[in-house]
Design a protein around this ligand. Sequence first.
Ligand SMILES: [Zn+2]
Length: 94
Amino acid sequence: MDHQHNPSNPGGAHGPALPLASNSVGAVSLCNCGVLTLHLSCFSVRLEPGAFQELHKLLGLALHELRIPAAARPELGASAAEAEPTISHGEALH
Ligand SMILES: [Zn+2]
C-alpha cells in the first residue's frame, strides 16, 4: 500500500485517512501509515495503535466508574437534600 502523506507537509501532517467510525462526539480515522486520528469537535489527536488501544481501555474504565455513581447519585442526592433542610429547619425553629 502506498504511503500517501502529502510531501508538501513534512511537518507531520498525515495523508488521506480511512474513516473507521464516527458519532455525535467525533470520528476516528486510520492513516495508511497505521496512525489513528481521533477527531473531536474542536481538536484532533493522532495516536499510534498501541496508544489508541490504551485510550480505549482508559475510556472503558472511566465509563465503568461513571456508571456506578451515576446510578447511585439520584437516590443519594435526593435523600441528602431531604435530610439537610429538615435538620436545619428543626434547629431554626428551636
Ligand atoms: Zn500517516
